[in-house]
Structures are given as structure tokens and as C-alpha cells.
Design a protein around this ligand. Sequence first.
Ligand code: TRP
Length: 347
Amino acid sequence: MLALTEPGNLPGMARIFSGIQPSGELHIGNWLGAVQNWVNLQRTYDCIFCVVDLHAITGKYDQVSLAIRTREMATGLLACGIDPARSVLFVQSHVPEHSELQWLLNTVTPIGELERMTQFKDKSQRFESVPAGLLNYPVLMAADILLYRADLVPVGDDQTQHLELTREIARRWNAEFGNGADYFPEPKPLLTEATRIMGLDGQAKMSKSLGNTIGLLDSPEEIWQKLRPAKTDPARVTRKDPGTPEVCNIYHLHRYFSPPATIATVADNCRGAKWGCLDCKRVLADNMILALGPIRERALSLQERPEMVDEILADGATSARRIAAETMREVRDRMGLMPRLRGALSS
Ligand code: TRP
């Protein structure tokens, strides 16, 4: 076991960067789909994790709650097991180099590529007048990753197109300013087994904005109240109707939260109409409550000490900035900007 005093500094360890938007609530969808994976990656990689508040302001957003949601997201990540002794955890806007590199990378990013991004095409339809920030969203994401010269980026499949553009931006920048070398490594996606958790409505991917989630901080009672009306196999109208576990979202969730023997019983009881969907949900609720209990406890205790979370984020920003400032010195130099006589005022 390696004792780390300074996170992110082990030579020879591949570096990981990933970001998550400050939606406020972490739910079982982000947990199973991303955060659990981040927690495991900490053992083998030099990890940098970022709450991307600057990305969160590219659409319409609530400025009154942004800071609260940002702290809540960080609290949730810590509760899930992101360990500040091993990894760097920080808030994007606390490291101004992200914005600076974003501007510089804009100069090698073709507008046509940005307009082709499916997320942009989708989201821009919601605006009468499309903000430039929405178009440039992927350039900021490229800056996030390249600032730390990350090797690997764990992302969901909805972000692979953005990551491909990051690679393209790195290639173009290297060709233009790299002096024959690849200053920016091309970051590779780290795709784990695709975990796309469906919402409780069984209609769409679990997402806070759709209100179809179970939050990691939900109380046992809230978990049950949300699971009870959740969509199951429509063929099971009464408990006498046999069902097909494979098409049931509740069965799918059992596979993440219940032990193998229970999963087998659940499938058998469903196929043989040996119990009703509510019985099945009760077992799931109990196992979910058991699994999420420790995370919830940690989160509640962190919520009582917000100043501790803020300290962790401040230390994270300092560690991140140490790397980011070094990259920016190189980038400014290679792009031909006039050197500063004295360093910038600390901010
Ligand atoms: N765009 C990502 C998402 O919505 C979040 C993100 C921002 C990100 N910067 C990143 C992910 C850098 C990975 C690496 O999920």
C-alpha cells in the first residue's frame, strides 16, 4: 500500500481526469454509472476529479442555488468514497486556468466541429438566441482535461463525442505549437461496462431534471415511497400474471443491490407469478437501504461540517493549480505570448 502525502504526484502513474456537473443531488444513476467507478480508480491511478460549475452555467440556471449545489455535489462525492488523501477534488471555477486555456484552445477549434456536436444540436434548440457558451462547452471540457495532460478520461457514452473533439483539439494544438512534439497527450476514454440506469418511470435514463431518481441521501422512507409506484413489467397486471424479469427495471436494479441468491429468487418468483411486484420492490428497498446507508451517514455528517468540505476543496484547488499553472506557463510560452516580469497576483 502506498502512503500518499501529496495527491497526484506519483511518477509513472497514469493520470485520470473526470468532471461532474453540480446538479446538487447525486442519485443511484450517477453512482452506479460513474462515481463508484471513480472510487475504484483511485487505487490504481493518479486521479483528479472536478465539480464543473463553469459548465453548469452554459444553459439557463439558478444562480441563487449554484454555490449550494456545488458544495452538495462535492459532499456527495466525498461520502461515496472520493478520498482527498489519494485524489485531487476541486471546483472548476476555483482554478482560473481552466477558463484561460479554454480561450487559447478556441483559437485551434473549428466552429464546424462544435456545431456538429449532438449535445449542442439538441440543447441549442431550447434557446431562441443560443449562447456562445453552449457552443464552446466542449472547448472548456478539452481545457479541463488537457490542463492536467490527463491520459484517461472515464466518461459515459454521451460524452465520447466531446472526448473525440478534445483529441482533435490536442492534435491541432500540437501540430501548430508543439514544436514537433506532442505536448498534449491525446486523452483516451475509459469506458467501463455501459451502466445506463433507467429512471423509476422506466421511460428515460435516470436524471435529476426528469424527477425519476432515487437520491443517495434519500431516507429509507423516501426510498420506499419512490420505489412503490415505480414502473415494472406491464404484463404483470395482477400478481397472478407471470412476468419477464429481463424487461423489468426493478429486476435490473436488484442486480445492482441484491445478493446473487436473492436475484435468482426474484427472477423465479416473477416468472412463476409467486409474488406481486410490491413484494419484489420491498426486498429491493431493503437491500438498497442497506447499501446506501453508510454513504448517507457519511453525507449527513459532512453536511454538519460544511467548513470541512470547503477546506478539502480549497486544498484540492491548490493541488490542481500547481499542475495547471505549470501547463499554462508552457502553453503561453509556446503560443508566443509575452512573458510576465512578475507572476500574476495570487488569486
Ligand atoms: N461534460 C461532462 C458531462 O456532462 C462533464 C465534464 C466536464 C467532464 N468536463 C469534463 C467529464 C472533463 C470528463 C472530463 O458529463
